[in-house]
Design a protein around this ligand. Structure first.
Ligand code: SF4
Length: 326
């Protein structure tokens, strides 16, 4: 078994607030293997983005605070790096595509200046070479008339084009790890499919951690899935097996709430949903955090939070129920 490209060990992250320390990520561990595409899924507020931003130490500290854990990459713990070493790493060995390209791109710099900036920071290229490489990158992400687009400002591009620019920036230094945080959320279905196709074409070159609430995106892109709820990983496993036969009631609820083609529902019938909402950081229930929303909850679930345990060679679940009893 090759050693993992990126390994997260027992990561816990909290935010300070007038109401005290609020835990957003609670002791998660996972590995991203070389050449793997791994999906981190869950509803908004489950801790996916906080986990991803913590990898590159992009959360403002304070109010955020990493309470424990290790983030291992290239034989070093990223949590022990100083600011200069982190800057050398970001956009170079590990890159990130952010949720909303409109707010992530700088509105007063042209596309060319923004991509070239990454190259000037991390390579020995001069400005002319960096701009030429930027055009090549725009061509790589299939943006039409790349030389011309270098002169555009973000507001002159459509949402799909801006996302392609973000991907071009992320690819500039050929990273070993790409973190894609909801890369298709703000896009219409057609553009979403094109962006997913583009990510698919990158799989051979790098390991990808894709963060999404969309199980359709997961089934199309990822080999393995981690399901997060209330800051914890509640289920993990190979995509096909996990989507076909979920072991955790939360995963089952997420899958059941996807509308399916050919479903013979009566006109006006409601789609299935998971009742209730993800608890706020200051409203975390005792025991299993999913118990107020779980149709299978038992007395013990109200007081004891189950540990994540191995249930098959590649699958883990944290639930008091035995796998296969849903
Ligand atoms: Fe539901 Fe209990 Fe399993 Fe939590 S531990 S998911 S409440 S059955």
């Amino acid at each position: 078994m090759p050693s993992p490209e990126l390994e997260i060990q027992n990561l816990s992250v909290a935010f300070s607030s007038p109401r005290g320390k609020l835990i957003a990520v609670n002791g998660i561990s996972f590995q991203l293997n070389p050449g793997e595409t791994l999906a981190l899924v869950g509803e908004s507020g489950c801790g996916k983005t906080v986990s991803a931003l913590s990898i590159l130490r992009l959360l403002p500290e304070p109010p955020a605070k990493i309470l424990s854990g290790k983030i291992l990459f290239d034989n070093q713990d990223l949590l022990s790096l100083n600011a200069k070493a982190l800057q050398d790493l970001r956009g170079n060995s590990i890159s990130m595509i952010f949720q909303d390209p409109m707010t992530s791109l700088n509105p007063v710099l042209t596309v060319g200046e923004q991509i070239a900036e990454t190259l000037l920071r991390h390579t020995t290229m001069n400005r002319r070479e960096a701009l030429q490489k930027s055009a090549d990158l725009l061509n790589r992400v299939e943006l039409p008339s790349p030389e011309e687009k270098l002169k555009y400002y973000p507001h002159q591009l459509s949402g799909g084009m801006r996302q392609r620019v973000m991907i071009a920036m992320a690819l500039a230094c050929a990273p070993r790890v790409l973190i894609a945080d909801e890369p298709t959320t703000a896009l219409d279905v057609l553009i979403q499919a094109q962006i997913l196709e583009l990510l698919e074409s990158l799989k051979k070159e790098m390991s990808i951690l894709i963060i999404t609430h969309d199980l359709g995106v997961v089934s199309e892109t990822a080999q393995r899935v981690l399901v997060m709820y209330a800051g914890e990983i509640v289920e993990s496993g190979p995509t096909k097996a996990l989507l076909k036969d979920p072991f955790h009631p939360y995963t089952k609820g997420l899958i059941a709430s996807i509308p399916k083609l050919g479903d013979k529902k009566k006109p006006g019938a409601r789609l299935e949903e998971i009742s209730g909402n993800v608890p706020g950081l200051d409203q975390r229930p005792s025991g299993c955090p999913f118990h107020p929303r779980c149709s299978w909850a038992m007395e013990t679930c109200k007081t004891q939070n189950p540990q994540l345990r191995k249930v098959e060679s590649q699958r883990q679940v944290s639930c008091h129920l035995e796998p296969g009893s849903l």
